[in-house]
Design a protein around this ligand. Structure first.
Ligand code: DAH
Length: 350
């Protein structure tokens, strides 16, 4: 070191190198090497202090100040970098294991029940059925009166229905918003309501299936929930008989569950059909019959309420529980699984 200009340059390049090297330090091990190299007892800063001896006396104070300033700057930058590195590598620290397999994005899928609805609608479409839908909030006309369920019928008990307004409480805003004239509205208890709506709008021949949600204040168990789905069917034409009803249901059961599936019809009663029956299919996994729902020949009073002449037309209908159908099809023992949204259950059908 021959003169003071050299010393000033040396100090400058020491500062520049130290800053550049610090930027490249990525981890604790690098930090330690850096500390030893610049700040250690045999480090470059210690060595630089000796340069003071080479500068003329009058420049010693200013050179000393420069050296101190550089030392402080390097120390402060080192501490800051140390904090960054121990904070999990903020800044430009990148540790990517490129050999690790990527994470697959979670892709949603149609709910099993909606898949069933699609399958059922498609199966019935092949038998010539169109799809119809109707509102889940209904009036008493469509849910009861037109379906031949009289005022005193136990099915109309407020305890067995989700009424949205009290009976006889006057015109409700909900009812008038829907254009419903009656003063009592409720969540529909059956998709049979849509039979009426279809017959009010269409002339026979009618051949429709109606998938949809229904609501009942039932106690929950393995086969009951207070909200579930039904698949309704309605056929209206001249000379429609019980044979058509039975053969269509048999075709559906054998087409959907397999040709070996055992099915039975039990005589039953519904106000809107005469004669009526209930349909069971054999649930092999549970070794018992599972009830799909009811069916029958459309009651003349229902035709009259919907403006169709029962002397000219006849028809049949059924209403089956879609959860029951899905349970039988996929061997599911508990209806609650459909609403619990357990991804492990749902994924099996995605
Ligand atoms: N609506 C009935 C229920 O919810 C099921 C039913 C029975 C529907 C006979 C029909 C039918 O269309 O003809 O239990």
């Amino acid at each position: 070191m021959s003169d003071s200009v050299d010393v000033a340059e040396q100090i400058q390049s020491l500062a520049t190198n130290a800053a550049a090297e610090l930027g490249a330090v990525k981890d604790a091990a690098g930090l330690e090497l850096y500390r030893i190299k610049y700040l250690g007892s045999n480090g470059q800063l210690k060595a630089a202090m000796k340069w003071l001896g080479q500068v003329p006396r009058e420049l010693k104070p200013s050179t000393g100040q420069k050296l101190n300033a550089v030392k402080e700057a390097i120390t402060a930058a080192f501490e800051a970098r140390k904090a960054e590195v121990s904070n999990g590598g903020a800044g430009d620290r990148v540790e990517v294991d490129v050999t690790e397999p990527g994470r697959r994005p979670q892709i949603g899928a149609k709910h099993l029940l909606m898949q069933c609805v699609d399958e059922l609608v498609e199966l019935f479409a092949r038998m010539g059925f169109a799809v119809a839908t109707g509102p889940e909030v209904e009036d008493e006309f469509h849910n009861f009166i037109a379906l031949n369920i009289p005022e005193q019928h136990p099915a109309r008990d407020p305890l067995d229905n989700f009424y949205l307004t009290g009976t006889g409480s006057g015109a409700s805003p909900a009812a008038s918003a829907l254009g419903l004239s009656l003063d009592s509205v409720l969540l529909r208890t059956q998709t049979s309501t849509v039979q009426i709506r279809v017959m009010q709008e269409q002339k026979p021949p009618i051949r429709v299936v109606i998938p949809g949600r229904v609501y009942r204040p039932d106690t929950h168990d393995d086969t009951h929930l207070s909200m579930f789905h039904q698949l309704e069917a309605l056929v209206v034409d001249k000379n429609v008989t019980m044979v058509d009803l039975k053969s269509t249901i048999l075709q559906f059961v054998h087409g959907y569950f397999g040709p070996e599936t055992k099915v039975r019809f039990r005589p039953s009663f519904f106000p809107f059909t005469e004669p009526s029956a209930e349909v069971d299919v054999w649930f092999e996994d549970k070794q018992k019959w599972i009830e799909l729902g009811g069916c029958g020949m459309v009651h003349p009073n229902v035709f009259k309420a919907a403006g169709i002449d029962p002397e000219v037309y006849s028809g049949w209908a059924f209403g089956f529980g879609i959860e029951r159908i899905a349970m039988r099809k996929y061997g599911i023992g508990n209806i609650r699984l459909f609403v619990e949204n357990d991804i492990r259950f749902l994924k099996q059908f995605a």
